[in-house]
Design a protein around this ligand. Structure first.
Ligand code: C2E
Ligand code: MG
Ligand code: MG
Ligand code: MG
Length: 280
């Protein structure tokens, strides 16, 4: 009897694993064809100048619109895409689409469009050339594009990465450090690489409570960044208190649900139209 029990327990256990494995395999199988099936789309989150409270640009954020109606967030599939080697396809689609939509819709309204790229992209030998082609194809100025790179990339720091960053900089594409303060990297790269923007991670911003060490930390990051001639964007601003503090210390730009949520292009368009209508 005891034996049977044990066997049953084992049975349930493997069933559970099998189920999870199956779910993952299924996700993986679908993910492989996500570009061919045209299931990706971009949402755009406005970036605000804190001094004027006006929109200065947008960040493109990828979404997976699954056939079953689910809208998946990048956290659910970008790591898997990196693992199974299809991140190039996804990020190439993102860059092409972002450039196209920038040209068609956002161009006159946004000084700059920010696009996230995976470390795997920068490790490709011809990545900078690919970026240049997309700009030319869409008649865009290099300064209109900003590529967001997480610190992790710079920890990995390969020859290709170095070369691509240098080439992109020579072309005039803007480079920004995303999620600053979460990557455990040395600060040496701030000197080695040609960044224009530093984005303070949301985890710091959400710790702002008027006083205390979180505020001092943000102030210190701001001083450091300005000392190096970098523009600073605060990510994930959700409360009035955070806005007020960031303004008071002279932070340049902010992004967050309180200001604007990421939204589909047609909604961006609507908000632009009502803004124009409101100005007249
Ligand atoms: P990220 O680049 O740091 O992007 C900001 C993330 O914070 C976005 O999540 C955005 O929706 C979210 N966010 C913005 N404001 C607020 C706020 O006030 N409160 C909270 N709680 N969240 C806020 P999302 O869209 O889920 O993207 C997650 C991450 O996935 C991004 O972090 C980025 O690193 C990555 N990602 C997004 N699009 C792409 C892409 O096209 N390629 C690659 N390789 N990675 C991407
Ligand atoms: Mg980003
Ligand atoms: Mg990012
Ligand atoms: Mg970030």
């Amino acid at each position: 009897k005891a034996k049977e029990h044990g066997r049953n327990g084992y049975h349930f256990f493997t069933e559970d694993i099998n189920e999870r494995l199956l779910a993952r395999l299924e996700l993986e199988a679908h993910l492989r064809f996500v570009v061919e099936r045209d299931e990706l789309l971009l949402h755009y989150q406005a970036i605000f100048d804190l001094a004027t409270e006006r929109v200065v640009g947008y960040e493109a954020l990828v979404r997976w619109n699954k056939r079953d109606g689910d809208l998946r967030m990048p956290g659910d599939f970008i790591p898997l895409a990196e693992e199974i080697g299809i991140i190039h396809e996804i990020d190439s689609w993102v860059l092409k689409t972002a450039c196209l939509e920038l040209k068609d819709v956002l161009k006159d309204r946004a000084k700059c469009l920010a696009v996230n790229i995976s470390s795997k992209q920068l490790d490709m030998p011809h990545y900078a050339k690919f970026v240049g082609e997309q700009l030319t194809l869409n008649d865009l100025q290099p300064e209109q594009l900003e590529l967001e790179i997480t610190e992790r990339v710079l920890v990995e720091d390969t020859e290709n990465t170095k070369r691509n960053l240098e080439l992109l900089c020579e072309m005039g594409v803007r480079l920004s450090i995303d999620d600053f303060g979460t990557g455990y990297s040395s600060l040496g790269y701030l000197q080695r690489y040609p960044f224009q923007t530093l984005k303070i991670d949301r985890s710091f911003v959400s710790n702002i409570s008027g006083e205390g060490s979180a505020c001092r930390l943000i102030e210190t990051i701001l001083t450091l960044a300005h000392g190096l001639n970098l523009d600073v964007v605060a990510e994930g601003v959700e409360r009035e208190k955070e806005m007020a503090f960031l303004k008071s210390i002279g932070c340049d730009y902010a992004q967050g649900f309180m200001l604007a949520k990421p939204m589909a292009l047609r909604y961006v368009l609507n908000s632009l139209e009502s803004e124009v209508a409101g100005n007249e």
